[in-house]
Design a protein around this ligand. Structure first.
Ligand code: NAD
Length: 255
């Protein structure tokens, strides 16, 4: 399969690859001829994506587990090395919403769960993958941040904080490894139609918060529109782009 992105044959790890943005990104990477490790906690959905890629003649392997667990993270890296000889691209995309609780209503459990999955997990995987990304010599990391990483939010304290942390992690990696062959960038999606669940804390806010949020977007994005930006940032076309947070939001962040 010919490619103009430089991604053909490269080893790509995508987290959250069973659904939504991660699934769309995995399919796009595979269409570019990349070999893809699909990491997700949802076994059935992720294996279905691997099968879809295999049926189209591509190479994909699924790793199932909670990415907040160091053993799962180590398994993802070991699988990429065993199956595809290393890691050239890491897409830290898996994430969960919080209950859109205000700070005073945010329970310890909500705070810890959201921070662990959205921020600690991508840190653990970045740390474990870095020796292989450095060995690649021409590597890229792409994070899925959020519009919530660009400003404060009246809703979703844990989510907003986790996504600001993701941007801090992405920018730190960009500066630390820019002269060592690893570029790091992030996308900041606006509202996107995916499988993500919003279990709203109705006592804290009621549905008006969500409606106000969605009303500000203009139109929602598709998962594939987000995936296109991820693949661009990972590709040779973005070879001098490092440390940016790219809004993919139909101009929402420009208002
Ligand atoms: P999604 O629910 O469709 O996909 C997320 C995937 O992550 C799922 O397959 C899920 O099983 C997986 N996942 C969740 N927790 C996991 C864990 N602990 N270990 C391994 N896998 C886990 O949602 P999506 O919208 O595609 O979300 C992808 C990213 O986009 C997330 O980081 C999310 O915060 C971000 N985002 C989404 C939107 C939106 O409107 N959909 C907006 C901004 C940012």
């Amino acid at each position: 399969m010919s490619s103009t992105t430089g991604l053909s044959g490269r080893s790509v790890v995508v987290t959250g690859a069973g659904s939504g943005i991660g699934r769309a990104a995995a399919l796009r990477f595979a269409a570019e001829g990349a070999r893809v490790v699909l990491a997700d906690i949802d076994a059935d959905a992720t294996k279905a994506v691997a099968e879809k890629i295999s049926e189209a003649g591509g190479a994909a392997v699924a790793v199932i587990g909670d990415l907040g667990d160091q053993q799962v993270v180590d398994r993802v890296v070991a699988t990429a090395v065993d199956a595809f000889g290393g890691i050239d691209v890491l897409v830290n995309n898996a994430g969960v919403m919080d209950r859109m609780s205000a700070a005073a209503d945010t329970a310890d459990e909500e705070w810890e769960r959201v921070l662990r999955i959205n921020l600690t997990a991508p840190f653990l995987l970045s740390r474990a993958a870095l020796p292989h990304l450095l060995a690649s010599g021409d590597a890229a990391i792409v994070f899925t941040a959020s519009e919530a990483s660009l400003r404060g939010s009246a809703a979703g304290t844990a989510y907003t904080v986790s996504k600001h942390g993701v941007v801090g992690l992405a920018k730190s990696l960009a500066v630390m490894y820019r002269d060592k062959g690893v570029r790091t960038n992030a996308i900041a999606p606006g509202g996107t139609v995916t499988g993500i669940r919003v279990d709203v804390d109705a006592d804290a806010h009621g549905p008006s918060v969500l409606m106000g949020y969605m009303g500000n977007i203009g139109r929602t994005a598709t998962a594939d529109e987000q995936a296109a930006a991820i693949v661009f940032l990972a590709s040779d076309a973005a070879s001098n782009i490092n440390g940016v947070v790219l809004p993919v939001d139909n101009g929402w962040s420009a208002v």
